[in-house]
Design a binder for this molecule. Structure first.
Ligand code: SF4
Length: 407
């Protein structure tokens, strides 16, 4: 039996470890490059004996296992997705390992928040995306298992659940032919100790009306929505196989904005998709200026083998793609700064994530860990990590807020 308590899990990459497990991403070019750089850095340590075992798992090694095995000999084993048991067996040097009650997790996040993966894989056919090839078809985790996992997390002190999936809105369709995300969220919200539920990664086409209402009215559901829109030009959206044209995408965003006025809308766009002309890019810039998204990310198109977009060629030069990324981010930076400045003087409920030197770092309900704004609070008055405080916002930058605890 695998006994996690036999091991001390280190999350700080500067600490010396005997075994290093690298969980890789193989989504787009930049992610692949980052994964390979990390593997190579630790391969060097494995070679010199600083670490005793080096294991690589996740999407990149699922997709390119043979190639990686041939090229990087210092890695002891490459595993794909859904092979946690094999990783545990390898660490214990056993043929087979039984991991009981998988919901009893060891958290790799601070004790007060946790990601809850409600499904795996994706049934959509977005032209640019390799995830369905790597992760397979959409499989929802039954509600009863998720409730048990969330109860366990709450008992461990988790207050914020971040629901993740390739496509949250598809939850339940493979189980009984209907969308069940709203009923899942309502059930999770009943668990004592859970105070915030955050939704990350929703799909625009067929976005459920009742979900908009739930976010608008449920006190535990954060006024936060992460919905990658990818573009606004209809011809590109059609080529991307996103199931919505520009006009319907615009209508959806406006409807959500109207029904949830106090919402942090997070989205991402792809620039440099095959055939994206300067005019199409300009259309996207105008859309971003008009919609004033609270949070936004931009990716340069990356041609991924075996996707339908791969065969469209890669017509926009890399340099032009990078220029478009920077131009769109510059527009967003101005918007983000204005929106953040409008919060100065307001009182915000802030969850304290950590202490860093002289400062406490926290987040509001409008921000997800690692990708969004942080609230920086002077450490003069003692605060407790993992607790909520009502703080007065005193300053703002494009991607951070400053706050004071009034005691
Ligand atoms: S919905 Fe997301 S994960 Fe699924 S194919 Fe489209 S981009 Fe990929």
């Amino acid at each position: 039996m695998f006994a996690p308590e036999q091991y001390q899990i280190l999350h700080n990459t500067n600490q010396a470890a005997d075994i290093v497990i690298i969980n890789t991403c193989g989504f787009i070019g930049d992610a692949k490059e980052e994964s390979i750089d990390t593997i190579l850095a630790y391969a060097q340590q494995r070679k010199t004996g600083q670490i005793k075992k080096l294991i690589v798992m996740g999407c990149l090694s699922q997709r390119y296992k043979t190639y990686l095995e041939e090229e990087i000999h210092e890695v002891d084993a490459f595993f794909g997705v859904d092979q946690l048991k094999n990783v545990a067996a390898m660490i214990q040097q056993k043929e087979f390992i039984y991991i009981p009650e998988h919901y009893k997790r060891n958290l790799s996040t601070p004790a007060h928040y946790a990601y809850l993966k409600i499904s795996e894989g994706c049934d959509r056919k977005c032209s640019f995306c390799a995830i369905p090839l790597i992760r397979g078809k959409h499989i929802s985790v039954p509600e009863a298992i998720l409730i048990k996992e969330a109860q366990h997390l709450a008992a461990m002190g988790v207050k914020e659940l971040i629901l993740i999936a390739q496509d949250l809105t598809y939850y339940g369709i493979d189980l009984n032919g209907k969308r069940m995300l709203v009923s899942l969220i309502k059930a999770l919200a009943k668990i004592d100790g859970i105070e915030w539920i955050r939704l990350q990664y929703t799909y625009p086409a067929g976005f459920p009306e009742e979900l908009i209402e739930l976010i608008a009215t449920h006190p535990k559901v954060c006024n936060y929505l992460d919905m990658p829109l990818q573009h606004i030009n209809s011809a590109l959206l059609q080529s991307m196989k996103r199931g919505l044209d520009g006009a319907h995408t615009r209508q959806l965003v406006m409807k959500i904005r109207q029904q949830i006025p106090d919402l942090a809308f997070r989205t991402t766009f792809i620039v440099g998709y095959p055939g994206e002309t300067k005019e199409m890019f300009e259309e996207l810039c105008e859309f971003v200026k008009e919609m004033r998204f609270e949070r936004m990310g931009v990716f340069a198109f990356s041609a991924e083998e075996d996707t339908t977009a791969y065969n469209l060629g890669d017509s926009v030069p890399e340099e032009e793609k990078q220029k478009r990324v920077e131009m769109l981010m510059a527009i967003q930076q101005d918007i983000a700064l204005e929106l953040n400045r409008s919060k100065i003087g307001s009182l915000q409920k802030v969850l304290i994530d950590r202490k860093e030197g002289e400062y406490y770092i926290g987040r509001t309900q409008y921000d997800s860990p690692e990708v969004d704004n942080e609230v920086i609070i002077s450490g003069e008055q003692p605060l407790e990590t993992g607790k909520f405080y009502d703080l007065s916002i005193t300053g703002a930058e494009a991607f951070d807020l400053y706050a004071e605890h009034l005691g």
